[in-house]
Design a protein around this ligand. Structure first.
Ligand code: AMP
Length: 394
């Protein structure tokens, strides 16, 4: 069974083609197009490349196209993207304009171009469907809540990959199986005692932290939108609700302009004034730029704050996992996040940490009660697996 996973940006189309023949999971093809102006033509180019390179004989070879969709009104999980589902996504465009709009437009183009092929979305919110309500509720008036103003949580595909893989690496096949089957049986796969407690840190251009008990998320640092939680590359992270009306009044900003600044001129770029890439910010900080150092300090502080919150909720930890661009590659950031936590059972091995880059590995000291791990994430594979499970069920 061949499943194409399409990653849609406002001007980009990236893809990976997986084959699930004979129980294997094979990556058959990957590629991408930048500066896309005509999405229909980009889809044709993608299908052409797959055929040219012998990955598919024709369009009919594709069992489905899967998408890592973001957010939809009253809809989550892994679902067929019919026009009703796309309209539900469209209804939430203003919450995640950079991400959602690209999927709404792109999926419609796929539907036009490939009307006979099932289109399936795995929503980034899906992993949080079983998080306790108290962790997802904002203290807003009921009408706000009913309008969808609640914590949704994002990066679900990535954190689900970490839930499965960390359990495998920790020898808890029971928990890995529960995580694997989550969208099939809603977390009812039995597991042994004691509970497996993991905190997953997805640190990248967008960052989020999730607590996971027995393979099921108990919350996520991203809330209503992917603009909250830790500071992101150029997007704000957590902000007091009163800051927005105050800034609009005192700085004379329209709502649109305030939103633009919070989503484009804030985050690590906003504090550092240097770049939205952590490598440039680290280089500037090393050269003595105090604003750059402050950006790193705020990032690390916020990461520790969220890890601490889940450590409390989970009554301790078995593993703390780092993933995504920063989590997989920036040893100094991992070291700063884990500094002086030995009383909580978190002891990093500096040499192992420095030696681990873009690869799976344990970076804790042998006597560390909490395992510290780096696990490269694989969001596209999670999407493809869920699409396959959905097709198998239908
Ligand atoms: P992501 O959104 O996961 O692609 O992560 C983007 C962030 O991770 C940027 O701030 C980069 O500085 C950092 N990053 C990504 N790849 C690398 C790499 N190979 N080496 C160092 N840092 C990286």
């Amino acid at each position: 069974m061949k499943i194409l996973v399409a990653n849609l940006g406002s001007t980009s189309l990236k893809w990976r083609l997986f084959d699930f023949a004979a129980g294997a999971e094979t990556l058959l093809h990957k590629g991408g197009l930048e500066r896309v102006t005509d999405y229909g033509a980009a889809i044709d180019e993608c299908l052409g490349a797959l055929q040219r390179d012998g990955a598919i004989a024709g369009e009919a070879d594709l069992a489905a196209v899967g998408f890592k969709t973001v957010l939809a009104k009253n809809l989550s999980g892994c679902v067929r993207l019919d026009e009703q589902a796309v309209a539900a996504m469209e209804a939430m465009n203003s919450v995640a304009p950079a991400h959602n709009t690209a999927y709404v437009n792109g999926v419609r183009q796929f539907a036009r171009r490939m009307p006979g092929t099932p289109l399936v979305g795995l929503f980034e919110t899906a992993f949080y469907q079983w998080a306790p309500e108290k962790a997802m509720r904002y203290a807003v008036p009921p009408r706000w809540h009913e309008a969808g103003i609640r914590r949704w949580g994002f990066h679900g595909a990535s954190h689900k990959f970490i839930a499965e893989r960390s359990a495998e690496l920790l020898g808890r096949d029971d928990v890995a199986e529960r995580a694997r089957r989550l969208y099939v049986d809603q977390g009812r796969t039995p597991v042994r005692e004691p509970a497996l407690r993991v905190v997953s840190c997805h640190l990248g251009g967008s960052s989020s932290i999730t607590g996971i008990r027995n393979g099921v998320a108990i919350g996520n640092s991203l809330g209503l939108s992917p603009q909250s939680g830790l500071p992101h590359n150029n997007r704000v992270g957590d902000l007091d609700a009163m800051a927005l009306p105050f800034a609009m009044r005192t700085l004379g900003l329209s709502a649109d302009e305030a939103e633009r600044q919070l989503c484009q001129e804030a985050g690590l770029l906003g504090i550092s004034g240097v770049s939205n890439d952590i490598r440039d910010i680290q280089a500037a900080a090393a050269a003595g730029n105090a604003a750059a150092q402050l950006a790193l300090d705020v990032f690390v502080h916020e990461a520790r704050r969220w890890i601490g919150a889940y450590l409390m909720e989970l009554n301790g930890l078995d593993a703390l996992v780092f993933t995504a661009g920063i989590g997989e590659n920036r040893a100094e950031i991992r070291e700063a996040i884990c500094a002086e936590l030995d009383q909580l059972g978190i002891r990093l091995d500096p040499d192992r940490n420095q030696a681990t880059r873009a690869a799976e590995g344990v970076i804790s000291a042998d006597d560390s009660p909490v395992k510290l791990m780096v696990i490269p994430t694989n969001e596209e594979l999670v999407v493809a697996r869920e699409v396959r499970r959905l097709l198998d069920r239908q």
